[in-house]
Design a protein around this ligand. Structure first.
Ligand code: NAI
Ligand SMILES: O=C(O)C1=N[C@H](C(=O)O)C[C@H](O)C1
Length: 266
């Protein structure tokens, strides 16, 4: 049995992760935490997630429950995830990291820790999005430099990072396929007298509204035709199911940095 720790247990993803974890054979919830001062500290994690009591109370100190888990699934916030990364590295625990919004320096810290522990790190754990990443590589290679490429993403009003981690990964896949560097060819939103479009750029547009779970469209637009690759998530359970699958997978792997393509065998 692989024992899972879920920080951010009362969050949008935390509740779905607890649900997915207790439904998955071979996994059990070993620990759950929330930020110090959170109103649900001391509550049963299963009750908070709506799946009935699991006998695991939400704590505020991960170090205190370090002997109760083998794999930590982290969907919180960059600074919080990095504190957990340090703890997991010191105690030899595997990690699944779904948090987005890391800086380049913060991503380097995750890469460094993967010398000592096994980590699955992906901005989107859904099978559909990871399939789309494959399709995007093919589309970019076929359509090449003859199209304008725009990436449009929409998420709920509470999301704090933009563009989404998924949109950025989609941009990286397309840029790599075309031999471009996303750092120099990305254009984030447009306003005013922008001039005509430069075909070598990759544009990003962000929508934040209501309760949208997560939608991504990549447009390859030529004169006379347009190809769009679209993914729409209608439930967070699609991310949670992927994350618990990754947790089962990573517990059997030696140190290293992996992504969902490794987990799914894509
Ligand atoms: N990779 C993927 O498939 C997906 C990634 N995400 C990412 O996951 C992250 C979280 O998203 P949501 O669940 O929507 O956010 P949320 O804000 O609902 O949940 C985060 C939770 O972390 C808790 N937290 C803060 N500090 C903490 C601490 N020190 N210890 C323990 N818990 C702490 C917060 O109180 C909150 O409950 C975001 O970065 C989001 O972009 C979200 C969905 C899918
Ligand atoms: O914050 C979210 O909700 C999501 N974040 C991820 C991202 O930034 O790509 C994945 C998903 O789209 C939901």
């Amino acid at each position: 049995m692989t024992r899972i720790a879920i920080p951010g247990a009362a969050g949008r993803m935390g509740r779905n992760l607890i649900d997915a974890c207790q439904r998955t054979e071979g996994l059990s919830l070993g620990a759950a935490t929330e930020r110090p001062g959170h109103e649900l500290i001391g509550s049963d994690a299963g009750v908070v997630a709506g799946v009935g009591a699991l006998g695991v109370l939400i704590g505020d100190n991960l170090e205190a429950v370090v002997d109760d888990f083998d794999v930590l699934i982290d969907f919180t916030a960059p600074a919080v995830t990095l504190v957990h990364l340090d703890l997991c590295r010191r105690h030899g625990k595997s990690m699944v990291i779904g948090t987005t919004g890391f800086s380049e320096e913060q991503k380097q810290q995750i890469q460094d820790a993967a010398k000592d522990i096994s980590i699955v790190f992906a901005p989107n754990m859904s099978v559909g999005v990871n399939l789309c990443l494959k399709l995007l590589d093919i589309a970019a290679r076929v359509l090449g430099d003859d199209v304008d490429i725009e990436i449009i993403e929409a998420h709920h009003r509470h999301k704090v990072d933009a563009p989404s981690g998924t949109a950025l990964r989609m941009g990286e896949v397309v840029a790599d396929a075309l031999g471009r560097d996303l750092k120099t060819c990305a254009v984030y939103g447009r306003e005013g007298i922008t001039g005509a479009r430069d075909r070598n750029t990759i544009g990003f547009e962000t929508i934040r509204a209501g309760d949208i779970v997560g939608e991504h469209t990549v447009m390859f637009a030529a004169e006379g035709e347009r190809v769009e690759i679209i993914h729409k998530a209608s439930s967070r359970m699609t991310f949670a199911s992927g994350a618990v699958r990754a947790a089962g997978w990573v517990s059997g792997h030696s140190s290293g940095l992996y992504d969902m393509h490794d987990v799914l065998g894509l």
